[in-house]
Write a protein that binds this ligand. Structure first.
Ligand code: ZN
Ligand code: ZN
Length: 279
């Protein structure tokens, strides 16, 4: 209670700067915490979580630009269909081509405030955003995955040189709080076996330095990451249903290459969860 009063006092004197448009706003005055902007009716639980966790960082007008991934989408690659109605189903491309990643999901589309926040985290060192964005990602995990089908969680690794330059791996930061969230949500207890979801940030490594994928076409992206990953302890991967975590899914080249390495190391299945997807 006292903390909330202090926060209200702080916000009334020191406005926040919106991470998307740069304008100053008063989070508590412009929008009570947890409320959606302009009292919009929100049907998607991910949209509700987005407003709840991003309230301190976005003005109401930018917050409402968030685009969650919505049905109908492909049950394999997760790409949304143009039609706004109908059930989720496999797209033509996934039916024709055998895919390495069997379930790709994302919280939202890589645009607007989600894109601004991911950029701020990765390139402007706004590491405090990892916690709310990690919670958004966890909500997507709970929404899209049957918890009994995942038993090993791995972030997409950075090469040591990039890790040193940036100082952190955003994919690792996003799941830092997950062990606590998993405990709070009793996820492991719901699994009726002795299997536990294991988070491992070290077993998958990027052994070769690669160029940034930004600006590269699909084929160049594939070439760029070919043979770039390795598993250090295959015994931990063998027979596991793996979930790969990353911030953005663009063409899927990085995740496909990771999946290729993981399956060659004995993984049973590889799924992918990202904060955002390009389409
Ligand atoms: Zn704004
Ligand atoms: Zn598909």
């Amino acid at each position: 209670m006292f903390r909330r009063i202090l926060q209200t006092f702080k916000y009334s004197i020191f406005p926040s700067k919106c991470l998307a448009c740069g304008l100053f706003f008063h989070p508590n005055q412009d929008r009570p915490a947890g409320k959606t902007p302009f009292d919009r009716i929100v049907h998607d639980p991910i949209e509700t979580i987005f407003y709840r966790v991003m309230t301190p960082f976005l003005c109401p007008s930018c917050a409402q630009e968030f685009s969650p991934v919505h049905s109908p989408f492909c049950t394999t690659c997760g790409r949304m269909f143009k039609s706004k109605s109908g059930a989720d189903h496999q797209c033509g491309s996934c039916i024709q081509n055998k895919t390495l990643c069997h379930r790709i999901r994302a919280a939202g589309i890589y645009c607007g405030p989600l894109k601004s926040n991911i950029h701020a985290l990765k390139y402007k060192n706004k590491v405090h955003l990892a916690r709310p964005l990690g919670r958004l990602l966890f909500s997507s995990f709970m929404k899209y995955y049957d918890i009994s089908t995942i038993d090993y969680i791995l972030p997409v690794p950075l090469h040591i040189s990039r890790l040193k330059k940036r100082g952190f791996n955003q994919a690792v930061m996003l799941i830092n709080e997950w062990p606590v969230l998993i405990n709070l949500s009793n996820v492991n207890r719901k699994i009726n076996t002795d299997r536990f979801m294991h988070i491992d940030c070290k077993n998958l490594v990027r052994k070769r330095k690669t160029l940034s994928q930004t600006g590269l076409g699909k084929e160049k992206r594939k070439e760029n990451v070919k043979g770039a990953f390795a598993v250090t302890d295959k015994s931990k991967i063998s027979g596991k249903q793996v979930l790969l975590i990353d911030d953005v899914h663009t063409t899927g080249s990085t995740c496909d290459e990771c999946a290729d390495t993981l399956i060659a190391s004995g993984a049973k299945t590889v799924s992918v969860l990202t904060l955002a997807r390009a389409d």
